[in-house]
Design a protein around this ligand. Sequence first.
Ligand code: ADP
Ligand code: MG
Length: 287
Amino acid sequence: AVPLVIAVSTALAASNGLLIRNRPAFERARNVQAIIFDKTGTLTEGHFGVTDTLLLSQDIDEDTLHCYAASVEANSEHPIAKAIATTVENTLPVEDFKSITGKGAQGRVEGKEIKVVSPGFLQEQTIAVDDKRVETLKAQGKTVVFVLVDGELKGAIALADIIRPESKQTITALKAMNIKCMMLTGDNQQVAQWVSDQVGLDEYFAEVLPQDKAAKVKEVQSRGILVGMTGDGVNDAPALAQADLGIAIGAGSDVAVETADIVLVRSNPSDVVALLELSKATYHKMI
Ligand code: ADP
Ligand code: MG
């Protein structure tokens, strides 16, 4: 038989928007000492909008740049891609589309090879960007991606996402419970710093490739602490599996939800606080 306190806690959890998929993990939740949050779609809404476009070459105009970038991105599911795809009404046909995992997307448009990529990708290819405007945009907390045509840098597109209104209070409440709050993101250092400052994180890891997210969780666990991970993306699933407590945003990808121990049905990060409190209350009473 299910102990009464467990049955009550399940009902309480449900009324707090928590779907418990793994009981032992829910029990462990009361001892978690650090929570790592994914950035995009978890601490932020995950809906980007294009804010600025920079031309970094004389031989291209804004419409052409948008058209090339949007055509390629129309083939990608990434939230950045969705925003860029809306910059034009009509996209051009794309051949050989490929996503460059954690770094961008590419494809052939009008016979030209178009890439829309992260600052990290440019660094790897040792393509220098000497334009102060790029740094200014990053300092404003914007995500900047670059457009290459046949390997040449032609422009930059800046995008902004909105920090969820509940994120800051969540971090404040967790810190008051002596929980270390961290963030893991594939986005650039400056954006990570900006979000970290806005919500008051203890620590963050930026420019982490999707395949390296789980290793970061392991690294934090190796400090000898029990670690929770909250995420929404396909990218986040291995990190959710690695964590002692995997928490998925309900509106996130199916893979994240199916991998997680707990699902935040209301997609509200502040329900993490209720989760830890409920775990403490439930298992305290049993002992
Ligand atoms: P996050 O960890 O914030 O969810 P991702 O790992 O999905 O981010 O992406 C990391 C970075 O890779 C993005 O900030 C962006 O610079 C780049 N990127 C990934 N996919 C695309 C894409 N389709 N178009 C442009 N840039 C992309
Ligand atoms: Mg995400």
